[in-house]
Design a protein around this ligand. Structure first.
Ligand SMILES: C[S@@+](CC[C@H](N)C(=O)[O-])C[C@H]1O[C@@H](n2cnc3c(N)ncnc32)[C@H](O)[C@@H]1O
Length: 207
């Protein structure tokens, strides 16, 4: 997965489908792409996909398995959180599953459209949402643990972005709390997503 726009030294860009990883465009010169695509779509691929996200994802993703696994990770580290911060929560499929299991959830996402879907499903579950970028957010009070699922961390394309997110997560979680997240590796992108990946010391190119 990645709504990935990797700008290399030559400023080439690749746009692949936010969820399935299918290339929407071959690498083209950045200026050309920018002039063709609507700027909003470039900035926020989920602004249109939100309505179809759940229907599409539940066919392919074993969310229950993911949630079971995350809870097992908590246990592995002898952690028994009651409050969980879900970074890049999207439409909240795992967020709401965890809420149904009794956790008090706070979801952060930068897409208002994805958050709107979450809100429409929330009912009386103990879920709060924060419309924010995961590189730059604060929470009203620290939570006991943080998660970021379904390789949403892969949306952060530079080390600086990752550090900014980690700093925010650190500040949002109590001392000793966990931050559990998954990421696609270069191997995973190449082998499982069928994307062409090359790696240099300074940059990972994903086509
Ligand atoms: C593939 S979805 C995953 C959603 C959810 N975690 C799940 O497992 O279904 C990726 C989400 O990351 C969000 N996202 C990407 N970059 C972000 C950023 N910098 N700050 C906040 N949210 C971001 C998108 O808006 C989208 O909702």
């Amino acid at each position: 997965m990645s709504s990935c726009s990797v700008v290399s030294k030559t400023r080439s860009i690749c746009v692949i489908c936010a969820t399935c990883g299918w290339p929407l465009l071959s690498p083209l010169d950045f200026e050309v792409v920018r002039s063709i695509l609507a700027p909003a779509m470039m900035r926020e691929p989920f602004s249109r996909f939100n309505r179809h996200y759940d229907q599409f994802m539940v066919k392919y993703v074993d969310y229950k398995g993911w949630v079971d696994y995350v809870v097992r990770v908590f246990g592995h580290f002898h952690s028994d959180p009651k409050t969980i911060l879900d970074l890049a929560c999207g439409t909240g499929i795992p967020t709401l599953m965890l809420a149904r299991r009794g956790y008090r959830m706070t979801g952060v996402d930068r897409s208002p459209e994805m958050l709107a879907v979450l809100e429409s499903k929330r009912g009386n579950l103990p879920v709060t949402t924060i419309h924010s970028d995961i590189r730059d957010f604060t929470v009203p009070e620290p939570l006991e643990t943080a998660i970021c699922l379904y390789d949403s961390m892969n949306y952060l394309l530079t080390e600086d972005d990752l550090v900014r997110c980690f700093r925010c997560a650190r500040a949002a979680v109590v001392a000793g709390g966990l931050f559990v997240f998954d990421m696609n590796t270069v191997f995973g992108l190449a082998e499982h997503w069928g994307t062409r990946v090359s790696w240099s010391q300074s940059c990972c190119h994903i086509e």
